[in-house]
Design a protein around this ligand. Structure first.
Ligand code: ASP
Ligand code: MG
Length: 405
């Protein structure tokens, strides 16, 4: 008998029939003798619908009221799933994040979990109940409702699994697991049986939207066994493991596309100490994540500084930099939303040379121009024109022979 946390995403609870199917899956796990805690997202589209409502009454879609609004989506699904379980004869208890005391900091709409008091959940399990917990939400010490950021119920599930010391955390979604590339772009993409936390972290941050990135970090830090699988069939999913336990070191495991970033280029900044500190200090202060950074130094003591930020925060970032114009003494700042980031990831890159050269050759042969490059030990990312992003993914995926055979 194991203690399993099962998380069901929005599409898996997208309508009443699907909620009943989830209840059946949970009951099947109970019948196999397992204790089950279920974490659910809002019904698919619901969080977007709530955001759209808020946008109709305010231009500043942030703060306590917005979190209070968004948290209602998950309140609906925990209630309905609890009712469905009970109707099918399975005792259950449904909880909001605030009820099981998922305590977070006060960063509304991107709150960090500080602690979880698992006592109530353990009591429910001891009584033979299934615990059904609302994902994506928590509560501050002062009792204000918070949310964890889009896709946050993955993080809720892993945090709960860590808090209750679950044997396994299953993330149920509408795909069979983690693929070598998005199957909508590469129909011949292959499902991976295993992937290391590190590779998954890179893939998740690179726009492969299977898991919220924070959940992978949490799983790695707390040694939670994490499995991604489909709620629509019984196929084995993808297991996230530590790098040591992946048997052979595949050089390239996957190719990811991220179309959600935009680029800012500050032209002719004086090339002197402290410039980067001021630019990126101010941007960090506004809580905007910077991804790639490139600085080119000219011969005339001036430099160009280019970097990427989430496209949604481009305007804000641009305004911040404009505010520094007199202090920094640059000439212009250009914003470019027409970009896509394409990345190849694999732990085997640590020990294999020539991966970057091969990737650049593949792109060159197909006349795709590279705008920016960044690398880590296990990743190579390039920025290309947005219209060429998908093509670049397919070229790299096939060039590195990642397809199913
Ligand atoms: N319902 C939230 C969202 O759509 C959280 C989640 O689905 O994980 O972002
Ligand atoms: Mg999700």
């Amino acid at each position: 008998m194991a203690l399993i946390v099962q998380k069901y995403g929005g599409t898996s609870v997208g309508d009443i029939q699907r909620i009943k199917n989830v209840a059946q899956r949970v009951i099947d796990s109970r019948k196999q003798g397992h204790d089950v805690i279920v974490v659910v997202s809002a019904m698919s589209g619901e969080t977007n619908r709530l955001i759209a409502l808020a946008q109709q009454v305010t231009s500043d879609c942030s703060g306590p009221e917005v979190d209070l609004l968004l948290a209602t989506g998950e309140q609906v699904t925990v209630s309905l799933l609890g009712l469905a379980l009970q109707e099918m004869g399975q005792p259950s208890h449904s909880y909001l994040g605030s009820q099981v005391k998922i305590v977070t900091d006060k960063a509304f709409s991107k709150a960090l979990i500080q602690s979880i008091d698992a006592r109530k959940i353990h009591m429910a399990l001891a009584e033979g109940c299934v615990g059904v917990i609302a994902g994506f939400q928590g509560v501050t010490c002062e009792g204000e409702i918070t949310t964890l950021g889009r896709g946050g119920s993955d993080t809720s599930a892993v945090a709960i699994a860590a808090a209750v010391k679950a044997d396994l955390c299953e993330i149920y979604t509408d795909v069979d697991g983690v693929y070598t590339a998005d199957p909508r772009i590469c129909p011949n993409a292959r499902k991976l049986d295993k992937i290391s936390h590190e590779e998954m972290l890179e893939l998740a941050s690179l726009g492969s939207k299977v898991l919220q990135i924070r959940s992978v970090e949490l799983a790695a830090n707390h040694q939670v066994n994490l499995m991604v699988r489909s709620s629509f069939n019984n196929n084995a999913g993808t297991l996230l493991t530590s790098e040591e336990s992946t048997m052979e070191k595949i050089v390239v495991s996957g190719v990811a596309l991220d179309e959600s970033e935009a680029k800012l280029a500050i032209r002719d900044v004086p090339d002197q100490p402290g410039i980067c500190m001021q630019v990126f200090g101010a941007i960090a202060e506004a809580n905007i994540n910077v991804d790639m950074i490139i600085q080119n130094t000219g011969a005339d003591g001036r430099a160009d500084l280019s970097f990427t930020v989430p496209a949604l925060e481009l305007a804000k970032a641009k305004k911040i930099v404009m505010g520094l114009k007199d202090k920094l003494g640059f000439t212009t700042i250009d914003a470019d939303e027409d970009i896509a980031k394409v990345s190849i990831v694999g732990v085997g890159m640590r020990s294999h040379a020539g991966v970057a050269a091969k990737a650049f050759a593949l792109l060159a042969q197909n006349k795709i121009n590279i705008d920016m490059i960044s690398t880590s030990e296990i990743k190579i990312s390039v920025v290309v024109r947005k219209g060429e992003g998908k093509k670049a993914v397919a070229i790299l995926h096939d060039g590195f022979e990642l397809y199913a055979t």
